[in-house]
Design a protein around this ligand. Structure first.
Ligand code: C5P
Length: 315
């Protein structure tokens, strides 16, 4: 007599948060998106997504979220609107296969934080489900599907430090000679990216075409020089974000007065990112900010890899 063995496959993909070392924003295009030139950096604050094939008794598709204690669990919809579900539907349609899989997302990247956490999850879903379904999607097709899902999703696939153009979806890796240390301070209350872009339009009705990032910034990144880079960090969404959330200005000043090389708003905010000289410097700054009453202060290094497999279990 043979005992039926249920074969399971567990695929875990890790995907990182991003910050923007440079975010130059132009006037909105006809489709409503803003033309960007940006320098992305993937930092070591990651979500892990695990995809499993359903057994015969199970529902064909199931998405569950587990979130870190500093994230509001109600902030993420676990329905067809979730970007992970949209990634699954898009990949399945691309290959003409049914959507199948149990997907668990362990979230550590704050929601609506300006750190592209949703984009990281979408990239992880594409990589994990591509493996789970043995779909063998080409890199070019994965990048194209990623761009359909969101402006930051192609970068979440490639990671490292990269130049982003278009609405952010065209990405080109950049030489990066540094190990960069960041202190990240998320905010309990998120900021809506479209709202920050709309406020940018209100504050800068005559925004010019976007110039590329200064060569000095690219040189500082290539040389791995945090003191030089600190001077050159730029985020055009910072002013609208601070206008909407003046409390963030106080936090940026506090971080700089406690010794950060520079504090900036990450993407559309509200997370504040402080560049430090070393890991020790970052830990000291994190301690100082916690003593000021900030309960969630994270230390993260960059640049780290894009969405990548960390576990592939057959049992
Ligand atoms: O592409 P993604 O879905 O991440 O964008 C979210 C929203 O942010 C868009 O709907 C748009 O309002 C705004 N956005 C923009 N210009 C960009 C990227 C995003 O206006 N380049």
């Amino acid at each position: 007599m043979s005992i039926p063995v249920r074969t399971t496959v567990n695929i875990t993909v890790r995907s990182a948060a991003k910050i923007n070392l440079h975010l130059g924003v132009g006037a909105p295009r006809d489709d409503g998106f803003h033309p960007l030139t940006t320098v992305y950096q993937a930092v070591g604050l990651c979500d892990d997504l695990t995809a499993t094939l359903p057994g015969e008794q199970d529902a064909p598709w199931d998405l569950r979220l587990r979130v870190a204690d500093y994230i509001d669990p109600g902030a993420v919809p676990v329905d067809d609107d979730n970007i992970v579900a949209r990634a699954a539907t898009l990949l399945a349609a691309h290959h003409g296969v049914p959507v199948r899989g149990h997907v668990d997302v362990d979230k550590a990247i704050p929601v609506a934080g300006g750190l592209a956490g949703g984009s990281a999850d979408a990239a992880a879903a594409l990589v994990a489900l591509d493996r789970l379904w043995d779909a063998r999607t080409s890199d070019d097709d994965l990048l194209a599907l990623a761009a359909e899902l969101g402006s930051d999703v192609p970068f979440a696939l490639i990671g490292g430090t990269a130049l982003g153009t278009g609405r952010g979806e065209h990405v080109m890796p950049l030489p990066d000679g540094g190990t960069w240390w960041w202190v990240l301070v998320p905010s309990r209350e998120g900021l809506s990216t479209p709202q920050v872009y709309r406020h940018f339009d209100k504050l800068f009705p005559d925004a010019p075409a976007v110039p590329p990032p200064a060569d000095e910034l690219l040189d500082a990144v290539a040389a791995g020089d945090p003191v030089r880079l600190a001077r050159l960090l730029r985020n055009d969404l910072q002013e609208p974000a601070l206008d909407l959330r003046p409390d963030l200005g106080v936090l940026l000043e506090r971080g700089e007065s406690e010794g950060a090389l520079r504090g900036i708003i990450s993407g559309s905010g509200p997370t504040c990112a402080f560049l430090c000289e070393s890991s020790d410097h970052a830990r000291d700054l994190a301690g100082a900010l916690m003593r000021h009453g900030h309960t969630v202060v994270l230390v993260a290094n960059g640049a780290v890899a894009g969405a990548h497999l960390v576990e592939n279990l057959h049992g």
